[in-house]
Design a binder for this molecule. Structure first.
Ligand code: NAP
Length: 218
């Protein structure tokens, strides 16, 4: 299965690229600049060489990555993710598109959830890409720990979608990643509750000087 990380050159893209490539998925790193995607791929392959050889990673433009992949994950900051999705509409038609996007901003000294009009980032992506199969996941994964292949964790990943088949595909991928447990959280509209957990985690981390907080439902 080919999985594209659109804007996969950034923080959460790194952990996803490494962990998905290790599992044998064909990972395509998308970027606005092919050279940046290619050099990030080389960096990821170097990191993986110490763990497992023969992982498949390729660097492409976001458009080529979206066109070639079966599943695309929009690993782009919320301020730019919606316009990027709009520009990739045709390439993403009929495909599974995963939104890890968390719209949040600092107000009065604390981070607050600031969803778009559709109700959540994932629902906004669904509005922009009506012919794609949208799944919401990964919002509560702390990137810095996730990209450290020596790190140990037990995190739950709530997964939301109106498309049961697409949701199952994404849950199966998540459940193959060591330390992650996918949990069916319901319809895409539930994504607003999941997305809003992240600014809460960030505020708690900052105020209590705790690093890498995530969630476990038990
Ligand atoms: N960081 C986390 O811990 C974390 C955890 C869970 C979910 N998320 C979510 O995942 C998404 C990515 O977060 P991140 O921290 O990985 O972001 P990031 O590192 O700040 O950026 C990721 C990539 O987005 C691309 N990008 C930046 N500006 C852009 C623009 N104007 N137009 C198009 N692409 C642009 C860049 O790729 P190129 O320059 O190569 O195009 C960049 O490498 C966000 O929506 C965030 O809410 C993040």
């Amino acid at each position: 299965m080919k999985i594209a990380l659109l804007g996969g050159t950034g923080d959460i893209g790194a952990g996803l690229a490494l962990r998905l490539a290790l599992l044998g998925y064909e990972v395509i790193i998308g970027s606005r600049k092919i050279e940046k995607a290619t050099s990030k791929c080389e960096e990821y392959i170097k990191t993986l060489e110490n763990v497992k050889r023969g992982c498949t990673l390729a660097g492409k433009s976001n458009e080529d990555a979206a066109r070639e992949a079966d599943v695309s994950i929009l690993t782009i900051p919320w301020e730019h993710a919606f316009s990027t999705a709009e520009s990739l509409k045709e390439s993403l038609e009929g495909k599974i598109v995963v939104s890890p996007i968390v719209p949040m901003e600092k107000k009065g000294g604390c981070f607050q959830y600031c969803p778009p009009e559709a109700g959540s980032a994932a629902e906004e992506i669904a509005r922009i890409l009506p012919n794609s199969r949208i799944v919401s996941a990964f919002q509560t994964v702390p990137a810095a720990k996730f990209c450290n292949l020596d790190a140990e964790f037990e995190w739950d990943i709530p997964v939301c979608s109106d498309d049961d088949e697409a949701k199952k595909v994404v849950m199966d991928i998540i459940n193959r990643i060591d330390g992650l447990r996918a949990l069916d959280a319901g319809l895409l509209s539930v994504s607003r509750m999941v997305e809003s957990i992240t600014p809460l985690l960030v505020n708690i981390m900052i105020r209590n000087k705790i690093k890498h907080l995530s969630v476990r439902f038990c």
